[in-house]
Design a protein. Structure first.
Length: 255
């Protein structure tokens, strides 16, 4: 009698989990989790920031090259941490989606990507509050791996993750502003060098070089314009995720 009773209990739990995941509120949570691709713009800009020196180097003077080369080593190390902010937000979204009934997410891989945590980079605006927020989100997602799919688990994760999630989004917005500032400085270096040197080229003797320089000048102007648009999109995407998160939190009943 005990074995059939166990099967019956497991069946009832499965039914309850299925019912919980089919509610309109859980459907909204799954839709929220599906917004994680919006974080890709942040990731692309982080990688572009990482490679700043490689793009600037051909346009730098000797002294500027020495300075930028030293900054590059620090930038490379910092970007390893900067991308983990995205992984943390993404893991949180996908943990909610999984608890709300979407089984497509592999949280084990997400937790592995966050191993080791991060450190503060005060010059960039990434401080201890953001470091602690990522550590908190990592603990919550790790715990969520073992939880069954049910609405109570979703609500608990959202309550506990409210402040860390807010802090991570704040960190990512801060870094996007840093990327903007760095890109503006790069634009001044690159276009400034071209604008300074092109007038000294002889239209007859340096015809080919002049044509190539002007072509690159136009390409670079277009490149920086598109990066500005990409940055605006990244900021809008973070705002959209924050707004959706707040809307879901407002639906959670008070304890």
């Amino acid at each position: 009698m005990k074995l059939p009773r166990l099967f019956l209990m497991l069946g009832l739990l499965a039914i309850l989990a299925g019912c919980a995941s089919s509610t309109p509120r859980m459907a909204e949570v799954r839709e929220f989790a599906a917004q994680s691709p919006k974080l890709n713009a942040y990731h692309e800009l982080t990688e572009r920031y990482r490679n700043t020196y490689q793009r600037e180097q051909p346009f730098l003077s000797g002294s500027a090259d020495t300075r930028e080369h030293l900054l590059d080593a620090r930038r490379q190390a910092a970007c390893d941490d900067f991308v983990k902010l995205q992984y943390g937000v993404q893991a949180y979204l996908q943990a909610l989606g999984r608890l709300a009934g979407d089984s497509q997410y592999d949280l084990e891989d997400q937790v592995k990507s966050l191993s080791g945590g991060i450190k503060a980079w005060p010059d960039s605006g990434l401080d201890d509050r953001h470091v602690n927020a990522l550590a908190g989100i990592t603990r919550l997602v790790t715990r969520a791996i073992t939880r069954p799919m049910q609405e109570n688990a979703v609500q608990e994760l959202m309550r506990d993750g409210q402040q860390p999630m807010q802090d991570l989004l704040d960190a990512m917005r801060t870094l996007l502003r840093l990327y903007d500032k760095t890109s503006d400085n790069e634009e001044k270096i690159v276009l400034g060098m071209l604008e300074t040197e092109i007038p000294f080229l002889d239209p007859k003797r340096d015809r080919l070089l002049l044509a190539l320089a002007r072509s690159q000048q136009q390409e670079k102007r277009n490149e920086y314009r598109l990066i500005g648009l990409r940055s605006t999109l990244a900021q809008k995407n973070l705002a959209a995720i924050e707004q959706s998160h707040r809307a879901l939190l407002n639906q959670i009943p008070s304890k």
